[in-house]
Design a protein around this ligand. Structure first.
Ligand code: SF4
Length: 193
């Protein structure tokens, strides 16, 4: 198959891209991630992906515009569902590009991460496939989790410490926020009995 592969970052692409090539597919990587903040982090992850594409020998097309405003307009006032909006933004664009480019199908390296909402990604990708008239290629890339980590370390790729958006950056580093969140969750559990 001729596949358009949405790429979220270098470490998450390190296993799926060689795996798809080895399975006989023709692949083109596509970087579109308005959810990565702040700007220097965005550039750093894109640089890592460009390095990986050179080292592994596959083509990368990147939308290099920094999409902070675009992302925030989708999630503000609906932060609790921000990941769904975030998946939709990226999968819709990828599906549209795949349809426009005459690809047989599209897929995403979001399906590699154990930290992402795998079933929601699968469901939303299927939805956008139907909307855009192009097939969605599903594979559970989490099977290569350790292989991908080992490869990204071997290649010296930049490995980020948080998912991408400014909310996830706060969750990763703001201890006060984490304490308050744990207390909120405890209270919710007690209230639920
Ligand atoms: S936590 Fe990750 S998936 Fe969720 S909105 Fe932020 S960047 Fe997107």
């Amino acid at each position: 198959m001729r596949l358009l592969v949405h790429l979220c970052c270098g470490p998450c692409a390190a296993y799926p891209m060689p795996r798809l090539l080895a399975a006989g597919h023709s692949v083109q990587g596509f970087f579109f991630n308005p959810n990565i903040h702040p700007f220097q982090e965005f550039r750093r992850r894109l640089d890592a992906l460009q390095t990986l594409s050179r080292l592994q020998g596959w083509e990368l097309v990147a939308d290099e515009r920094y999409g902070l405003t675009e992302y925030l307009r989708q999630v503000v006032f609906d932060e609790a569902r921000r990941c769904r909006h975030c998946y939709d933004m990226r999968l819709e664009r990828t599906a549209r590009e795949a349809a426009r480019g005459g690809f047989d199908a599209f897929t995403t390296t979001l399906l590699y991460s154990r930290y992402q909402q795998h079933e929601l990604i699968r469901e939303r990708a299927g939805f956008w496939a139907g909307r855009c008239g192009v097939a969605f290629y599903y594979e559970d890339f989490r099977e290569g989790w350790q292989q991908g980590i080992d490869e990204s370390i071997r290649l010296g790729l930049y490995r980020q410490a948080y998912c991408g958006c400014i909310y996830s950056e706060q969750e990763r580093y703001d201890r006060e926020w984490r304490r308050a969140e744990r207390a909120r969750q405890r209270a919710a559990r007690l209230a639920a009995g």
